[in-house]
Design a protein around this ligand. Structure first.
Ligand code: SF4
Length: 358
């Protein structure tokens, strides 16, 4: 049976050194190769022209710059939102979305193919869990986004950033369910000797896996944390997100407090508004009391209200603007900082909760 080529993005500098040594190459080659991958972002071994021809050929035949196969690319918002559908070798889907603004460019990366968490409002959850991605498969999504951005600039649009400014782990999957591979990708992408993305430019979004939150509280890099909350009442939240039965709201908030006290960093709570499910003013008041409890210090947090994006095949409705603004003003009356997320990518099903490998 043919073996799949080695995904070079799966390898650390030490792994690359081992590979180059096994191939009889001088020791400086590993660093050169690492630089090609993460600093120069060379697209193929043939373009590594400072390498001997035989090495380029061997790299081309035994390794690959990635492990995902691109099957579809969609462009929306006048070219400023781009979504790509990848496949794993068994054809399981993975999706990545790039959003370009004049002052920033954000890539939304998947950490798994499908997702086991089954949130009712989410298209990805309907696929069920298919695979954990490797760190290299996570990293190559970022490299794809850099190439897309470079293409936009090369096409004459200079009104876009020089490179990605933000990496958010909000695509398919629950990153804390694939913690080790996900964290390896963060550390690699952060490496100042390589790609060099600032820690504060990463955001991980979790459905509320308490062990992951506590683990991140101890992590060495100060990345941002977003928690999908979506309700302040256990019955409402459990109906929307089965994970709430495992980690109910009180436990989740307690873990969040540990995190904010340890890191002194503000957490974002994501709140998808579903019409007449979780968007009543009384529910906003309960959320306010949860995050600003009387007699306790306020939780260091911010609420991001997200008008729900339609997912075919669900009976759920979208909160209209009046309900959204009303919810926001009740939360503000409780002293909770709160914004409404500006939407992107709805026309190409690239918005939050719409990734379903279609
Ligand atoms: S919202 Fe996130 S955690 Fe929930 S099913 Fe969708 S991808 Fe999974």
């Amino acid at each position: 049976m043919p073996t799949s080529p080695i995904n070079l993005y799966d390898l650390s500098v030490a792994d690359l050194a081992e590979l180059m040594q096994a191939w009889g190459q001088p020791s400086f080659r590993a660093k050169q190769l690492y630089r090609h991958l993460y600093v120069l972002r060379t697209a193929s071994p043939q373009e590594m022209t400072d390498f001997p021809k035989a090495l380029r050929e061997r790299l081309a035949s035994e390794t690959a710059l990635g492990g995902l196969t691109l099957v579809k690319r969609l462009v929306g918002d006048d070219g400023m939102t781009r979504k790509v559908l990848w496949q794993l070798p068994d054809k399981s889907p993975v999706e990545t979305v790039l959003m370009i603004y004049p002052d920033r460019a954000t890539v939304c990366v998947s950490s798994q193919s499908g997702c086991p968490m089954q949130c009712v409002f989410c298209a990805t959850g309907k696929l069920g869990f298919l695979h954990d991605l490797t760190s290299g498969q996570i990293i190559e999504q970022v490299m794809w986004a850099e190439r897309e951005l470079a293409e936009v600039r090369a096409a004459g649009n200079q009104d876009v950033p020089q490179g990605l400014t933000n990496i958010v782990f909000m695509g398919m999957g629950e990153p804390f369910n694939n913690y080790d591979q996900w964290w390896t990708s963060v550390e690699r992408l952060h490496d100042p000797a390589g790609y060099n993305m600032g820690a504060r430019n990463f955001t991980v979004s979790t459905v509320g896996l308490v062990p992951g939150i506590l683990r991140l509280a101890e992590a060495s890099l100060p990345i941002n944390l977003a928690i999908s909350l979506h309700a302040a009442q256990d019955d409402v939240r459990s109906a929307m997100m089965p994970v709430n039965k495992r980690y109910p709201i009180a436990e989740l908030i307690a873990a969040t407090r540990v995190y904010t006290e340890k890191t002194r960093r503000r957490v974002s709570f994501e709140y998808v508004l579903l019409k007449e499910e979780n968007d009543f003013p009384e529910q906003a008041a309960q959320l306010g009391q949860l995050l600003r409890p009387k007699g306790e210090p306020p939780l260091l947090c911010h609420v991001n209200l997200i008008p729900w994006n339609p997912v075919p095949g669900t009976p759920l409705g979208r909160s209209d603007r009046r309900r959204v603004l009303n919810f926001q003003s009740v939360l503000r009356e409780h002293g909770v900082p709160c914004t409404v997320r500006v939407e992107r990518g709805v026309d190409i099903a690239a918005a939050c909760g719409q990734l379903a490998g279609e």
